[in-house]
Design a protein around this ligand. Sequence first.
Ligand SMILES: Cc1cc2nc3c(=O)[nH]c(=O)nc-3n(C[C@H](O)[C@H](O)[C@H](O)COP(=O)(O)OP(=O)(O)OC[C@H]3O[C@@H](n4cnc5c(N)ncnc54)[C@H](O)[C@@H]3O)c2cc1C
Length: 392
Amino acid sequence: MIAPTNEAFRQEVREFMRSNLPDDIRAKVAEERMDLPKEDQRRWHRILDKQGWAVPSWPKELGGSGWTDEQFYIFERELSLADAPRNTVYGVGMLAPTIIEYGTDQQKAEILPRIKNADDFWCQGFSEPGAGSDLAALKCKAENKGDHYLINGSKMWTSEAHIADRMFGLFRTDSLGKKQHGITFILVDMNAPGVEVSPIKTFDGGGTEINQVFFTDVKVPIENRVGEEHQGWGLAKYLLSLERFGTAEVSRSMRTLQRLKAFASNQTRGNLRLIDDPDFKQRLTRAELTLRAVELTEYRLLFGGEPAGAEASLLKLKGTEVQNDILELLHDAVGVHALIDMGDPEEAGELPAGPEEAGYAARAHFNFRKTMIYAGSNEIQKTIMAKAVLGL
Ligand SMILES: Cc1cc2nc3c(=O)[nH]c(=O)nc-3n(C[C@H](O)[C@H](O)[C@H](O)COP(=O)(O)OP(=O)(O)OC[C@H]3O[C@@H](n4cnc5c(N)ncnc54)[C@H](O)[C@@H]3O)c2cc1C
């Protein structure tokens, strides 16, 4: 047996979502609005916290759930199928484990409870112009001035910087030697003088999601460093390796597939329901089979007893490819109406109202191109597989 079979737990999570997920939040997530307001995120986080599910991956004594891998997997799936917001990733899933592993006692005492209670929202300041796939090329400078660091430079593509209270970031503290040396992991207050958040408009027509963050002579207390000076690369590698579940986007793709099938069953093309149109049916079946293959590969790698190494790259690659195929099908199915939500509101006003799925189809189709770029671009995943799996 490799597939998760804990049906009792699945039902418990399903029932919890049914009874506790507020309708207004569910509706916003279902619309695939990328800018779920901070207050909604906080409200949902606190509902989960009451249930003991807000920080499930943490050690039990800090409020973690003690779940098995199988339970984590089921929880993530049910969250997506219920159109619930995902657990906040930057604080709960990335920074907290890094603080638990590398932080001082004082950092643990100050930071972890505020994440658990959703008092502080965090963002991740790693990428820069010129340092994305080649992250170690980063240049944003932090000069050690004795009792503080002085930060100058900028961070790029910072998700949620506009709502974050604090940033964990990688900064250049030394330029001599290998580029992986001289990087330091520092926590920055987003309200500190000299921090400026500049939103980047994305081509999905949605709200703000990513930003460029500029630092001009920003003073950060020296105690905000995590780990040793110049040794931040090790922390970054640890943090980036935490993303085990969900990179294949299977849960979200399953939800989109459900919606696509429901939509195509209610639309006609010529004399046929869209779902019975031979061309459409062929594309749909191909996508569904690929998704099922990705799901089974995910089971095999997560629960098959062998630790997954570079093979995980295959999941990210194929999972995000099929995700984008399914979204393209939905976008095609909605047809011209998918444009409505994208364009100028005045122009959109001249078009007849489209089906309910149009806005979602448009936003998601364009927005989820991102899954092939972040968390290690798909081209980089191919290189990893070529070298580490195929030995080329
Ligand atoms: C929506 C979104 C949100 C993000 N949020 C955050 C965030 O919160 N915090 C953060 O720090 N970063 C964030 N990122 C940044 C993300 O990690 C980078 O975009 C990613 O690492 C790619 O870097 P880049 O954009 O600089 O592209 P580049 O690295 O310049 O790559 C450009 C293209 O060249 C290809 N390429 C690059 N190197 C190679 C190679 N060696 N071999 C083959 N092909 C190659 C890439 O695959 C890509 O297609 C986000 C990005 C997106 C799209």
